[in-house]
Design a protein around this ligand. Structure first.
Ligand SMILES: [Cu+2]
Length: 288
């Protein structure tokens, strides 16, 4: 839906954003853009490698597509009834059969080697600088910083009628996850309700949170900024309303935030309300 030079965001962010508002993401934010093609810009080494792997696959599938199209066109032109009234009776050709078996195997091997390397690279970090625990609830996320005085807080969507100018509809939250840049962050995830999926496109992270199990992944954010993601596992009526907003800041700013957050979230949490971290203790076992 386009109107007079302004681009509607309806298709990207869902109904409700009028075409005339000319929405754009704030500077330094990684979020879906109207009419976006391709991925959001990579902010972690994992996503950079996913980008690279995607480019390799794109070349391979393009070459295959061109080859198959050329062969089809050749067959249609050269062997139609008019051009080739007496068809060949050949049914076997050993060299051809070996080739069309071996060549696809070689293509699969060329794909499999970088694919497995990437899979294991994404799996976990061996040098974590800190740990972030993520708990999925119906329908919001909770975060715990076990290395920083067990800061724990919930992160809920900002409803449409409370959005301030510049805040992204369906993506902004009341409490962003704050992380330091250039730090290997071990992310441990579980759920205390149903399956959810913690997914941040710019980080190349998309991992299910499973009740009673603990999943692990990692991220090293290389650029300061705000990064948005969404729950990516159908989890119930408000599945579309539990976004993820990560703010990556310098290490010094992170230390300041930790000091503030310790006080703020301690004061906010009712004393009789258990920490979301309990979801890990309560029968959660390493999933992998
Ligand atoms: Cu969910």
């Amino acid at each position: 839906m386009r109107s007079a030079g302004k681009i509607s965001t309806v298709s990207v962010l869902g109904a409700g954003v009028p075409a005339w508002c000319g929405w754009t993401a704030p500077a330094l934010a990684q979020a879906p853009q109207p009419w976006q093609l391709g991925f959001q810009e990579a902010a972690t080494p994992v996503m950079e490698r996913i980008d690279g792997f995607h480019d390799l696959l794109l070349v391979i599938i393009t070459v295959i597509m061109l080859l198959v199209t050329a062969l089809l066109v050749y067959v249609v032109v050269r062997f139609n009834e008019k051009a080739n009234p007496v068809p060949s009776k050949t049914t076997h050709h050993t060299v051809l059969e070996v080739m069309w078996t071996v060549v696809p195997i070689m293509i699969l091997v060329v794909i499999a080697i970088p694919s497995f390397r990437l899979l294991y690279y994404m799996d976990k970090t061996t040098t974590p600088g800190m740990t972030l625990k993520v708990v999925g609830s119906q329908w919001y996320w909770s975060y715990v910083y076990p290395d920083h005085g067990r800061i724990a807080f919930d992160s809920l969507i900002i409803p449409d009628d409370q959005l301030k100018p510049g805040q992204l509809r369906l993506l902004e939250v009341d409490n962003r996850v704050v992380v330091p840049v250039d730090t290997d962050i071990r992310v441990l995830l579980t759920s205390n309700s149903v399956l959810h999926s913690w997914a941040v496109p710019a980080f190349g992270v998309k991992i299910d949170t499973v009740p009673g199990r603990m999943s692990e992944t990692w991220m090293r954010v290389t650029k300061p900024g705000v990064y948005y993601g969404q729950c990516s596992e159908l989890c119930g009526i408000n599945h579309g309303f539990m976004p993820i907003a990560v703010e990556a800041v310098s290490k010094a700013e992170f230390a300041k935030w930790v000091a503030r957050a310790k006080v703020k979230f301690k004061a906010q949490r009712a004393p009789d309300r258990p920490s979301p971290e309990l979801a890990f203790a309560d029968g959660a076992v390493p999933g992998r």
